[in-house]
Design a protein around this ligand. Structure first.
Ligand code: KIV
Ligand code: ZN
Length: 506
């Protein structure tokens, strides 16, 4: 069976989603998870777009050795030099150059003629080839380009040495039938097409990104560019989990291999939303909370009799654990270590002990501890940046006849500070008091609460987005007490802000 290459662009196109920006540590952590997911390519960023992007492409190239690492570049030599400077450390680098080919982009954005762009595409690919064998060329806005002209540009790029040619639906405009025709047409029209891998890259403006990607595969595309949870510019990109599971579940129809370790799909999806604070809608295919929930009586009855009646995929196959009880308060360190390993985390002995201690506290309060609880413990306790502020104590009173009040103790650089204050509800009282102690100038842009698992004893997961002086961060906190989770999320956000400010010398 032929293989479909999965090219993940969450860290480049996905990061262009409103509110999805990640810091360097978060990008490296996410890239490592993509490596566990076993994607073929990680597009790590656009090095000339910012010093932060340059640094993340460089560090991911140095540290993530499994998948091919791609870096995006415009067609100018300066941009290509910069992309290569960041990528040259990669074990398997892929230099990705792009230029628009539609008349709309040529006339209004590039102000160049078709002949100029044709020549520039070939020149850029040839220039990139001086650095590395693997060069991808993308014809931006391909689906709104004249197909004859597009074919000429693609042929020139392959002549110049492009090993992959990408046909993006940049504005999510095409339809499955039209895209199929375009891809099949290119395969017929472009003389040297057999010398390159045909790639596709679809945006979701009309909700057809996944359908368009799959019809392109049926018509000869062998690389699919996509993002986890479908995040990306505007309405997002084609969702990786939907494409991979469609190809796997309907192998009888598509007949292709995919290298992705599907059991890592759900952990990757959760990691991304915990880093970016962008929650997955409950009805989202594959990774939404309801994707495997059967509500209707007839369905439940059918599933109990035979899963095949209403289940086309097993939740375990995408990494959603079905065994309700994973761990309890009697579980020992060994079982804990094994479960953490199975979830894809490699923790040092110190971090393992720290996480185990927190697990015991949670297990004391909750009878059942689920995989999601363990992930939250790790995100909350281990995967955090060095703390300036440490929440030592929090006491809140609230009720129908009392004015909500909070008493907070925070340790800052080894010294203990305490304040008390009122608010419009217990969270507001806690936040106002924390803000007074830390003297933060940040604004709270978003606050959301999510129950990690079912039941009133579930851990609550709070996510906040804070902003100060153009720096935007997300903070997370998890706890069986929702007010504690809220306070932890706020403190986590404040610590991330301080960290970012220090990095930027603010
Ligand atoms: O959507 C697009 O056209 C892109 C290219 C740069 C590949 O993201
Ligand atoms: Zn794109």
């Amino acid at each position: 069976m032929e293989k479909i290459r999965i090219f993940d662009t969450t860290l480049r196109d996905g990061e262009q989603s409103p509110g999805a920006s990640m810091n360097l540590d978060e990008k490296i952590r996410f890239a490592r998870q993509l490596e566990r997911l076993n994607v073929d390519v990680i597009e790590a960023g656009f090095p000339s777009s910012s010093p932060g992007d340059f640094e993340s492409v460089k560090r991911i190239s140095q540290e993530v050795r499994g998948p091919q690492i791609a870096g995006l570049s415009r067609t100018t030599p300066g941009d290509i030099d910069r992309a290569w400077e960041a990528l040259k450390h990669a074990r398997k680098p892929l230099l990705h150059v792009f230029i628009a080919t539609s008349d709309i982009h040529l006339q209004y954005k590039l102000r160049k003629s078709r002949e100029e762009v044709l020549e520039e595409a070939g020149r850029a690919v040839a220039y990139a080839k001086r650095f590395t064998e693997q060069v991808e060329f993308s014809a931006e806005d391909a689906t709104r380009s004249d197909p004859d002209y597009l074919a000429r540009v693609v042929e020139a790029a392959i002549d110049a040495g492009a090993t992959i040619v990408n046909i993006p639906d940049t504005v999510g405009y095409t339809t499955p039938t039209e895209y199929a025709k375009l891809i099949a047409g290119l395969r017929q029209r472009v003389q040297n097409i057999h010398k390159a891998i045909l790639s596709i890259h679809c945006h979701n403006d009309l909700g057809m990104a996944v359908a368009n990607s799959l019809t392109a595969v049926e018509n000869g595309a062998r690389q699919v560019e996509c993002t986890i949870n479908g995040i990306g510019e505007r309405a997002g990109n084609a969702s990786l989990e939907e494409i991979v599971m469609a190809l796997k579940t309907r192998r009888d129809f598509f007949s292709f291999e995919v290298g992705v370790v599907t059991e890592q799909i759900y952990p990757t999806s959760r990691l991304l939303s915990s880093i970016t604070g962008i929650l997955v809608p409950p009805n989202k295919a594959i990774v939404g909370a309801n994707a495997f929930a059967h509500e209707a009586g007839i369905h439940q009855d059918g599933v109990l009799k035979e899963k095949l009646t209403y289940e086309i995929m097993r939740p375990e196959s995408v990494g959603i654990s079905q065994s309700t009880l994973v761990m309890g308060k009697h579980s020992g360190r060994h079982a804990f270590r094994e479960r953490i390993k199975a979830l894809g985390y490699e923790l040092s002995e110190v971090h393992l002990n720290q996480a185990f201690q927190r697990f015991k506290e949670v297990a004391d309060k909750k009878k059942q501890v689920f995989d999601e609880d363990l992930e939250a413990i790790i995100a909350d306790e281990i995967l955090r940046i060095p703390d300036l502020y440490k929440l030592v104590n929090l006491n809140v009173v609230s009720g129908t006849v009392t004015v909500p009040a909070a008493t907070v103790q925070i340790e800052i650089a080894g010294k203990l500070y305490q304040e008390a204050g009122f608010g419009d509800g217990p969270v507001d009282a806690a936040y106002k008091t924390i803000a007074r102690i830390t003297k933060t100038k940040s604004h709270l842009l978003k606050f959301s609460v999510n129950a990690i698992t079912g039941g009133t004893d579930a851990q609550g997961e709070v996510m906040v987005i804070l902003e100060e002086g153009g720096i935007r961060v997300t903070g997370q906190g998890a706890h069986t007490d929702i007010i504690m989770a809220a306070a932890k999320a706020y403190i986590n956000g404040l610590n991330k802000l301080e960290y970012q400010k220090r990095l930027k010398g603010v």
